[in-house]
Design a protein around this ligand. Structure first.
Ligand code: AMP
Ligand code: MG
Length: 341
């Protein structure tokens, strides 16, 4: 595998050009965006798209997101862009917002998990935009992790999961947001949040009326966002998320479990961590009130805790407001138990 180091990227555009060459020739390359690392293929090659599903072990009905370098490219991908969708684009692109639109015939159904709609986004990341421009056509990309693992927020995470399975990794350092993009669909004046992210409910309410789809999928239903029915993260450890008043019980519970001989990792805000000693590992989400920092660190911690083979991961939750809504959505999906909810 070709691993392109950050040093090469910092000084030259050659690695981006090389990555673009690989993608143009129907290879697959992991690249940084502001949310998480993506695994990219040219949007119009079924052969390359197939490689993405195989490399990730991704179920083939879970659609990929089309990444574009300029809003004009949208017209290659989507048949119709409503007034509200246009306003969303003007307000939030480039940025962590994926908009689901009716697809054109040039978008293979293999990319959309068989759907007639396609999720599109213009990432706010110089390297991602340079790569897409250099390829010359949009790039389809899901997150660059093995299916069922936390999304990668560094090139190292990509390497852990996909070394030997993909053609190259472009290293752009740690990602800025650390959680996957907000996914919305638009019908008339109503914006439906299919997956919360860094473009929050409040921000979307500036544009139209907002409704939110429950993160929990009832197997009897057809999922609105197909990814919903798949667990995002299947840790070896038991993950308990503490919310509200239950947070004050977290230190005692951690000590109790550790005394019983279990290996315990605690992922919590600084204040809570100072009350905890004698656990296998403590990981700080930073100061309470800086949800952006917590979001940025979460996936790396979940990976680390798993690598340390702990039995229990105890996580301090937060209010599901603003970016906290996205953070709690990912946490409750990863959780075995939500305590206090
Ligand atoms: P990932 O890039 O791995 O986070 O996966 C992309 C996710 O975007 C999918 O799992 C879906 O939840 C969502 N998505 C992509 N395209 C569509 C679509 N056409 N309709 C609804 N949701 C979509
Ligand atoms: Mg994913």
């Amino acid at each position: 595998m070709l691993f392109l180091s950050p040093a090469i990227l910092a000084s030259t555009d050659e690695s981006i050009a090389e990555a673009a060459r690989i993608i143009r020739n129907e290879g697959i390359v992991a690249f940084p965006t502001e949310t998480v690392y993506g695994l990219g293929a040219r949007f119009d090659s079924e052969k390359a798209i197939e490689k993405i599903f195989v490399a990730k072990g991704r179920p083939n009905d879970n659609p990929l997101i089309v990444h574009i370098a300029h809003p004009d490219e949208l017209f290659v991908i989507a048949t119709e862009v409503s007034t509200i969708a246009e306003r969303l684009i003007l307000s939030f692109w480039p940025g962590p917002l994926t908009i689901v639109l009716p697809k054109t015939p040039v978008v293979p159904k293999m990319a959309t998990g068989g759907l007639e709609t396609v999720g599109v986004r213009m990432p706010a990341h110089a390297m991602a935009l340079a790569l897409i421009s250099a390829v010359g056509v949009p790039i389809v990309a899901p997150s660059a992790n093995l299916s069922g693992r936390p999304s990668p927020t560094s090139a190292l995470h990509v390497r852990e999961d996909l070394a030997g399975r993909i053609d190259a990794i472009l290293d752009g350092g740690d990602t800025e947001v650390g959680l996957e993009s907000t996914v919305v669909s638009v019908a008339g004046k109503i914006i439906t949040i299919l997956r919360p992210g860094a473009v929050t409910r409040d921000m979307l309410e500036e544009i139209g009326q907002v409704q939110v789809v429950s993160p929990f999928f009832d197997p009897k239903d057809t999922p609105t966002a197909p990814g919903m029915k798949y667990i995002h993260y299947a840790p070896r450890a038991e993950v308990s998320v503490f919310v509200g008043q239950a947070i004050k019980n977290l230190p005692d519970l951690a000590h109790g479990l550790q005394q019983q001989g279990a290996a315990v990792a605690v992922v919590a805000f600084e204040d809570t961590l100072t009350e905890i000693n004698n656990v296998t590992v403590k990981m700080t989400l930073g100061g309470r009130g800086r949800v952006d920092i917590a979001a940025k660190r979460l996936y790396a911690y979940l990976r680390e805790a798993d690598q340390l083979s702990v039995d229990h991961i105890l996580v301090e939750g937060i209010k599901p407001e603003g970016l906290g809504e996205a953070l709690m959505n990912r946490l409750t999906k990863a959780a075995t138990h939500v305590i206090g909810g």
